[in-house]
Design a protein around this ligand. Structure first.
Ligand code: IRO
Length: 308
């Protein structure tokens, strides 16, 4: 089965890759992704300075998903800029995720990472876990300003990682803004921000930062992820490549993302819980689904969701 896919002119050997944040902070983790069946190596979102992140416990899984408030722990962009050329030896695309606490951080990271020549840059406008900092992509004008500045200094295709939106008006507002900037793909969605998971037994929250509030991932966010993939696919009439993220546990989950319009899928909670062998399993399961359904490739089924 042909599971390869092309996004913004970059061909991925398979449509599965890690979600930024999942198993991709350190050199060892990035190399392990290189050696795995992942179709790409996506870095943790990087900032100018190395960051320890929020105090722990800061990740917790539960039946149906996970909650995290990692707080952007990363090695800082100089370390990733040095690592990226070394990761080339794995022969798969490299996606550099950039983030920041202010617009200047994004620009600085973009300029430095451009020189390391990743294949794509994913601009994370949706981190929910920085105490006191709003998710940028819930502010259309702030997002526009950052993307307009970034497009001036990047020659590598740039995509945007968005948070979930819950109303068509917000999908339309974001899509309308994106029409006016040079964005080559969308990664949809980041974790569902500021959820709360509690332990009724001990009567406590399960993670420490922000009073227990954190980003929700995994199976329980799949309907929200699919809705966002579908909404943006339709608003761009299928012309904007989309990487679907959220609730990919099985090959069938990935198939659902593809039907909604995704060209590839990223795996977060499942990767953290199951480890790197998840990629091989997902490949096998998606191949079986596509074969059974009579599709010849990822391209063949993309966007083909039927409406009633
Ligand atoms: O807490 C994090 O590091 C984090 C980030 I930057 C993000 O974009 N999404 C998420 O769920 N966690």
């Amino acid at each position: 089965m042909n599971l390869s896919t092309t996004i913004a002119g970059v061909t991925f050997p398979t449509c599965f890759m890690n979600a930024a944040g999942a198993c991709c902070v350190t050199q060892e983790e990035l190399e392990a992704l290189g050696e795995s069946h992942a179709g790409a190596i996506v870095t943790k979102s990087m900032t100018p300075q190395p960051r320890e992140g929020n105090p722990g416990p800061r990740y917790h899984s539960f039946p149906g998903g996970s909650i995290n408030s990692m707080g952007l722990p990363n090695l800082g962009y100089p370390a990733y800029a040095k690592l990226i050329p070394e990761l080339r030896r794995f022969g798969k695309p490299i996606v550099a995720s950039i983030a920041g606490l202010n617009p200047q951080d994004f620009l600085e990271a973009a300029k430095a990472i451009e020189l390391a020549k990743p294949d794509l840059v994913e601009v994370n406008l949706s981190c929910p876990n920085l105490p006191g900092e709003p998710q940028i992509a819930y502010d259309i004008e702030a997002s526009r300003r950052i993307l307009l500045e970034l497009q001036e200094c990047l020659t590598i295709p740039m995509g945007v990682k968005l948070p979930p939106y819950f109303d068509p008006v917000h999908h339309e507002a974001m899509a309308g803004m994106l029409e006016g900037v040079n964005v080559s793909f969308l990664s949809l969605i980041n974790s569902v921000g500021n959820g709360l998971v509690i332990d009724p037994e001990s009567e406590t929250v399960v993670i420490k930062p922000k009073g227990g509030f954190g980003g929700i991932g995994g199976t329980i966010i799949k309907p929200v992820a699919l809705a966002n993939v579908r909404a943006f696919w339709k608003l761009f009439q299928g012309r904007m490549p989309i990487i679907g993220v959220g609730g990919v546990v099985t090959g069938t989950d990935a198939f659902e993302h593809l039907l909604c319009g995704a060209s590839a899928v990223q795996v977060g909670t499942t990767l953290v819980e199951e480890g790197l062998t998840a990629f091989e399993r997902l490949e096998k399961e998606l191949s079986e689904v596509l074969t059974k359904k009579g599709y010849a490739s990822v391209d063949d089924c993309r966007g083909r969701l039927k409406e009633l």
